[in-house]
Unconditional design. Structure first.
Length: 202
């Protein structure tokens, strides 16, 4: 009788052990399913981040870097005809502005024009002498050859005395001399007021 009871208890213990093992196994399986679900969710979020967020971040950084060195402007007015026309888009660089040369087309700001960005051609740089006499621009005592000028009929205010461009300044004129408020009106332009140098126009 005692032996039978012992066998019965042993059977119950085994059943309990099996039941516990089954529960443990079930918990493990449930945890694995949860882990897989969490892993899938993480992978989906990572893929979304890589496909959308990272390109946006890269684009913003690239645009910021680009805007530090280059810029765009839209021509407004006729002062640079026939080289540039009203409504055209200009692409310009913002670096090495202290190395502008004669003939460069520059974008600048000047108190004479308010907050507007103005575009003109550099005719003389620091140390140059310049004088406008009739229809001729005299640069360093020589008549300047200007194939880019649209007209040779200068207005009366175009007649100026000889001046020497001071250090840190440039003398600018519009290519359409009869329709341009430039250094004949606003005086020489400070290098510090330059915004950029024209690279291309469209």
């Amino acid at each position: 009788m005692a032996l039978e009871k012992l066998k019965f208890v042993s059977k119950i213990k085994k059943a309990q052990d099996i039941s516990i093992e089954q529960k443990v196994e079930k918990i493990k399986n449930d945890n694995n399913e949860i882990d897989e679900h969490v892993t899938d969710a993480k992978i989906k979020r990572l893929r979304y981040f890589n496909s959308l967020v990272i390109p946006v971040i890269i684009s913003v950084i690239a645009a910021s870097i680009f805007s530090c060195f280059f810029g765009f402007n839209v021509i407004s007015g006729k002062s640079m005809q026939n080289t540039l026309h009203d409504g055209q888009v200009t692409f310009y660089k913002k670096f090495n502005l202290n190395k502008v040369e004669k003939g460069d087309i520059v974008i600048f700001k000047n108190t004479y024009y308010g907050d507007s960005e103005i575009i003109k051609r550099v005719i003389a740089v620091a140390g140059d002498t310049i004088e406008i006499d009739g229809t001729e621009v005299i640069l360093n005592d020589e008549v300047l050859k200007e194939s880019y000028v649209s007209k040779k009929n200068f207005k009366e205010e175009s007649f100026t005395g000889k001046i020497t461009v001071p250090e840190g300044y440039v003398y600018v004129l519009g290519d359409n001399r009869d329709n341009s408020a430039d250094s004949r009106v606003c005086g020489v332009v400070a290098i510090d007021d330059l915004v950029g140098v024209l690279v291309k126009h469209y």
